[in-house]
Design a protein around this ligand. Structure first.
Ligand code: UDP
Length: 241
């Protein structure tokens, strides 16, 4: 029997595969339940364990997806295996498709102005019926109430927040109370991928669980951040859950 929730370094992950996450999200959107989704990779898990406030915010989220093969490997080391890696980017795209089919209202928050603009146009190209009710770049003070109120007044069903972690989760946590409904999801660099400014690895590498290696070659400045992975696995082996 597999567990419903699996803890890795104090972060409770839902042990769902991709389709199970989507089914849960669609149900919550249909019933207009406010939903906070975190897509957590090892870097985010490590950051949360250094910042008690961030950790608490994550523990209050409705769903945490294992967005990184490192998290899945860790769950196996802990003998409580997660079913599969569920990438935030893929979930976002499935949600956008669902939004188009159902005529749901989508808001895009984050990334640089030009990147967001490009991402917006690419989305409209690929999903012409998608109802994007608004967008705002991500370079503002996260305590800014005006921006949050403007978004809340649009009453969106889906809010994608691309401010990078931990900012995006702080923003969602701080402003969720203004909203009546909506699914909120931190999506990191996903608008950069949509804009074509950052490429995703070829599918073969994704299937081989080697997307991290591709990113390392494409963005060598990330190598310091990537060193987190072996550190993370060592920490898991030493400290357990
Ligand atoms: N970003 C933003 N506001 C900020 C900092 C970052 O909108 O104050 C955006 C940045 O332009 C990028 C995204 O956040 O589009 C995520 O960047 P990164 O790849 O560092 O995030 P990760 O995927 O590692 O969470």
């Amino acid at each position: 029997m597999s567990l419903d929730t699996v803890k890795v370094q104090n972060i409770p992950f839902q042990n769902y595969n991709f389709d199970e996450f989507m089914a849960a999200f669609e149900e919550r959107i249909d019933t207009e339940q406010k939903t906070f989704v975190v897509t957590a990779n090892p870097e985010l898990v490590m950051a949360a364990n250094r910042d008690p406030k961030y950790l608490q915010i994550l523990q209050e989220a409705d769903y945490i997806t294992p967005d990184g093969i490192g998290v899945v490997i860790a769950s196996k080391l802990l003998k409580t295996p997660l079913k599969e890696r569920v990438a935030g980017f893929d979930l976002m795209n499935a949600l956008l498709k669902h939004a188009q089919e159902k005529g749901l209202k989508v808001y895009l928050l984050g990334a640089k102005e030009k990147t967001l603009e490009k991402a917006y146009h690419k989305m409209k190209e690929q999903l012409p019926e998608l109802n994007i009710v608004g967008r705002h770049h991500g370079y503002f003070d996260i305590s800014d109430e005006q921006i949050a109120n403007e978004i809340a007044n649009l009453d969106p069903d889906l809010v994608f927040v691309a401010l990078g972690f931990p900012k995006q989760e702080y923003w969602i946590h701080q402003h969720l109370h203004r909203f009546q409904k909506g699914l909120f999801m931190g999506i990191g660099g996903s608008f950069d991928v949509w804009a074509g400014e950052m490429k995703r690895a070829p599918q073969l590498l994704i299937n081989l669980h080697m997307e991290w290696l591709y990113r390392l070659f494409k963005q060598p400045t990330r190598w310091r951040r990537m060193l987190v992975l072996p550190q993370f696995l060592l920490k898991v082996m030493k400290e357990g859950k």
